[in-house]
Every structure is written in C-alpha cells, then in structure tokens.
Design a protein around this ligand. Structure first.
Ligand SMILES: [Zn+2]
Ligand SMILES: [Zn+2]
Length: 259
C-alpha cells in the first residue's frame, strides 16, 4: 500500500469528484492521504474531509503564497492542532518564486508555525521555493528539528539540491518527492533521490498539481502517488513493494500514527 503524504482534496476541482478519487485510491492500493491546509478560512473543509474518511488525515497552517489571508498565531494554531485528526503543522515555509518584494511577513509566519510545532509536538510540512538558504537558516534558528528538541517534519515537493536535503535530514527531517521525480527533465532531482536513503523519503502527489508521468499535464489525484513510487523504485533499483513498505513506515514514524 502507498500513502499520499500531501494533497489538497478540499480544492473544488477535487472535492467535487470525491467518489471517483476514493475509487482510484483503492484501485492503486493508496491506503491513506494527508489533506494539507493552505489557509485558515478553508481549514474547516480540510478537517471535514479528514473527519469524513477514516483513512484521511489533515494538517493546519497557512501557505507562504497566501498574502491576503488571516494571519495565524501560535495559540490559534495550537487550538486547531488539538484535534486528533490533525497530525501536522503546515503547509508553511518560504516562497521567493511566486512572490517578491519585502517578504519579512513570510519569514515571520514561518517562525510562527515552527513555534507552534515545537509547542504541540506535531511535525512541520515545509514548502520551500527559491528560498532554501533562508528556509534552512530559520529552521535552525527556531529549533525546528528533532536535533534541537523540535518535532521535525518533511520538506515537501522537494526540488532543491542534495546539500539542502542533507541539511534538512541532519535536523531530523524527511524529504518528500512528488510527480516531478517522474519527469524526463528532472535529472538533477532524480540524482538527489538516488543519493538519499529510502528511510528518509516520503512520497506525495501535491494534487491537484504536478501529475506524474503518464498523467503529466492532467489533473492530479492521490491515487497517482503510485506512479511517484514507481519512479522512485526505478531510480533506486528496488522493488515497488519495498518503496511502498518503507515510505509508508516513514510516514507513520514521522507523524506518529498507527494504521
Ligand atoms: Zn507546497
Ligand atoms: Zn501543497
């Protein structure tokens, strides 16, 4: 079985197709999915999904790309994170690609999430784009990692270098690969995946975005995480069932869940 460690099933293009999506998960042996929050106004929808299906989990957080949205604070995040279906804080992080200018608010928002994660012991889901050195620096300054008494977490939809991956792993983080890993153009990223231990890797769709080959360009959904696993198995020269077992065990270790 496979676990999709990152999807956005509350987005309308997916939430309107839930029965089909559940059927595709079953067909592809995708047993669980983590529904990731991107802002506070839509958080109730994310939580409702997790409450509606025994094999869905959820997170709470505000994405760095959401500029005009209610700002989270530590007590508010902690209150929402108390729910047993909330297994992570995020997605959070830094994105200097989508937004430019003075992004101090993004860094402050990221620090808020790390402080909430440390306080409740639930791991972080970190998004980083064109901002890896600030991301790693703030993770270190705020003690996000298990090496500093934090809850650790995952660098989601990873597209950075091996050095960045290693810095995150040194802090006790996991690295999650999306469908990008299956793209022919992703040779440098494929080399990163080959160099990392399978014990530190998660798989995700980030659906509705980034559908893996052979669905590239189409709408993505959690069932397609199997194709990310296939790409990873080929790159690492291991069986698909080894990838399934290890990445699922990694998910359970990180998020402290038993399936
Ligand atoms: Zn993201
Ligand atoms: Zn996401």
């Amino acid at each position: 079985m496979f676990i999709d460690s990152h999807c956005h099933l509350d987005f309308p293009e997916l939430s309107s197709r839930l029965p089909e999506i559940l059927a595709k998960m079953q067909e592809n042996q995708v047993s669980h999915a983590l529904c990731v929050a991107v802002d506070l106004p839509d958080f109730p929808k994310v939580l409702a999904l997790a409450e509606s299906q025994p094999h869905f989990f959820a997170s709470v957080g505000v994405h760095p790309d959401y500029e005009d949205t209610p700002e989270p604070d530590v007590p508010g995040l902690l209150r929402l994170a108390e729910h047993p279906k909330i297994i992570a804080i995020g997605e959070t992080g830094l994105d200097y690609y989508r937004l430019t200018g003075d992004l101090e608010w993004q860094r402050e928002r990221f620090r808020t999430h790390i402080r909430a994660s440390r306080a409740c012991g639930k791991p972080l889901i970190i998004h980083t784009r064109a901002a890896s050195s600030d991301t790693i620096r703030i993770m270190q300054e705020e003690g996000a990692g298990t090496d500093a008494g934090g809850a650790g977490g995952v660098m989601h939809c990873f597209t950075e270098t091996l050095e960045v991956a290693q810095a995150a792993i040194d802090m006790g983080f996991y690295i999650s690969f999306s469908g990008i890993l299956s793209f022919k153009s992703a040779k440098p990223l494929q080399a990163v995946a080959q160099a990392l231990p399978l014990e530190k890797i998660l798989i995700e769709t980030d659906s509705p975005y980034l559908a893996p080959v052979p669905y590239r360009g189409k709408m993505n959904e959690p069932g397609f995480v199997k194709h990310v696993a296939e790409a990873l198995a080929t790159l690492k020269g291991v069986s698909l069932s080894q990838v399934a077992e290890q990445t699922s065990a990694n998910f359970c270790n990180l998020f402290k869940v038993t399936l």
